[in-house]
Design a protein around this ligand. Structure first.
Ligand SMILES: [Zn+2]
Length: 485
């Protein structure tokens, strides 16, 4: 008998009649399951006849698939939606929402480029606009927070419980403060109306999060996919694909919140028109993440036009103020464009060109950590270890709150056999974001030091961190067992 609590879901699954050998092959032996709802232990159900085809999935993935396929409807109870006032099926309470928001907020930020630390005033500004709007939400007591992330892709997301992020890449695409208010109010409604916690989205949330976890965060060849494994688990909320009706709901109530806060709701119409045009045009690639989670459409434009008519005329657009607030960001845009090109060059294995582009970016903005990290990544590929280490040192000196340069330096130090300092970096990166690769490297360092139990612990953690590399990890564990007998 084995028990498993599925990632953040309020269920415990008990697996009986199994012959557990290795975690990976559980599925091959499974005859029956039962599950318990953690918040309501009275809800229980057995599941039988699980097909053998699942045998290659890890236990947690298997449990999620089973949940996905058969359980959800049995678990829901009827409640009133806090925003719409409609009766609906819901399976979570506010405590769960708050807990999920708190738990995932910082990892989700790390997975999305990290907080935009170079311009703290910009985050303060976005937060002030968001807080103003949140006062008019139906659940204004939620612990709302707003943050700007250091990522060029135009995207925004909301976690349950009111944790909301917007990428700098979206900020530069907006014309005025009212458009920013439209984006933030829309995200506020997703949290306020429990959209990601509702039945329809649960399926996409789980399957996207679990099965495509590692695809989500890949960003050309620059992002070492392995770097993000594990942390990728937390990518799921940012990638929640909302249904059409949820999008319309978020637009409708978001425009009401905007209007109540004194903004011109017409901004939600102009913004949606821009997105529809972009989704048809050449620039849609850059917007694909945003459009995947919040699909734009002509029907949303029409609905927003109607909503704008029904709300009071006028209100602020705040164009001058917005342009002032994002001026520094606009000034740095050429540097970020160069850095994005450098990342692409690394993906295309043009390392010398990547270094040249990163150096140009550094000339424009010598205080941006990311540019040194990109330079260091390219130098690492050319085996210029000592200059790469210096680049990572500079990146970390400028921003020690982002896992990626710390992890890269840790891996490089491991490869240079500087185990003590590698270990420090890997541990520091794990505090910011749990990645499979950091656990694997720590396991390998422990093996070098003949610390069998510690190596075993890290490989186990690595296996739990991501569904990837399960086979090679099982091999490592078996080899370790044989060696340490
Ligand atoms: Zn949306």
């Amino acid at each position: 008998m084995a028990k498993i609590a599925v990632n953040d879901l309020p269920f415990t699954i008990t697996i009986t009649d199994t012959v557990p050998q290795t975690m990976n092959q559980y599925g091959a032996f499974i005859r029956s399951f039962s599950f318990t709802h953690n918040l309501n232990p009275l809800i229980k159900s057995p599941i039988t006849d699980v097909p053998i085809m699942y045998k290659r999935f890890s236990l947690s993935t298997l449990a999620v698939i089973v949940l996905n396929a058969t359980l959800l409807s049995a678990l829901m109870s009827c409640s009133v939606n806090p925003v719409t006032g409609k009766q609906e099926l819901a399976w979570v309470d506010e405590n769960w929402e708050r807990k999920i928001g708190e738990q995932h907020y910082s990892h989700q930020q790390q997975a999305g480029g990290g907080p935009y630390t170079i311009d703290p005033d910009l985050t303060l500004y976005v937060r002030s606009v968001g807080k103003k709007l949140a006062q008019y939400s139906k659940r204004s007591h939620l612990p709302y927070d707003f943050i700007v992330l250091n990522d060029s892709s135009p995207n925004a997301w909301a976690l349950p419980g009111g944790k909301i992020a917007v990428n700098r890449g979206l900020l530069i695409s907006l014309k005025d403060e009212a458009e920013l208010a439209a984006v933030l109010a829309h995200e506020i409604v997703h949290a306020d109306a429990r959209h990601s916690a509702q039945s329809q989205e649960v399926g996409s949330l789980i399957s996207v999060g679990q099965l495509a976890a590692n695809v989500l965060l890949s960003n050309s060849g620059y992002s070492n996919k392995a770097l993000q494994q594990g942390i990728a688990y937390t990518g799921l909320y940012g990638q929640t694909r909302y249904s059409r009706s949820r999008e319309l709901e978020a637009d409708l109530y978001g425009m009401q919140y905007m209007s109540a806060a004194g903004y011109n709701p017409e901004a939600a119409v102009s913004l949606q028109k821009t997105f529809v045009a972009l989704s048809k045009g050449r620039q849609s690639d850059a917007f694909s993440a945003l459009f995947a989670s919040h699909p734009p459409s002509q029907s949303r434009v029409a609905a927003n036009e109607q909503t704008a008519w029904s709300l009071k005329r006028g209100g602020e657009r705040g164009k001058t103020r917005y342009q002032q607030e994002i001026k520094k960001l606009m000034d740095r845009k050429p540097a970020y464009d160069l850095s994005d090109k450098a990342k692409k060059a690394i993906g295309d294995k043009k390392y010398a060109e990547a270094i040249r582009l990163a150096e140009q970016a550094i000339k424009i903005e010598p205080k941006e950590s990311e540019f040194y990290e990109v330079k260091g990544a390219a130098e690492t590929k050319l085996n210029r270890s000592s200059v790469a280490l210096k680049s990572f040192d500079q990146a970390i000196a400028l921003n020690n709150q982002y896992y990626s340069p710390i992890l890269r330096r840790g891996i490089l130090r491991y490869e240079l056999r500087s185990y003590e300092s590698a270990e420090r970096d890997l541990q520091a990166s794990l505090l910011l974001a749990p990645t499979q690769i950091a656990y694997i490297k720590l396991g390998e360092i422990a093996e070098e030091k003949d610390l069998c139990a510690e190596a075993n612990k890290y490989y186990q953690l690595a296996a739990k961190a991501s569904p990837q590399n399960q086979q090679s990890l099982q091999q490592k564990l078996l080899a370790l067992q044989a060696r340490c007998r």
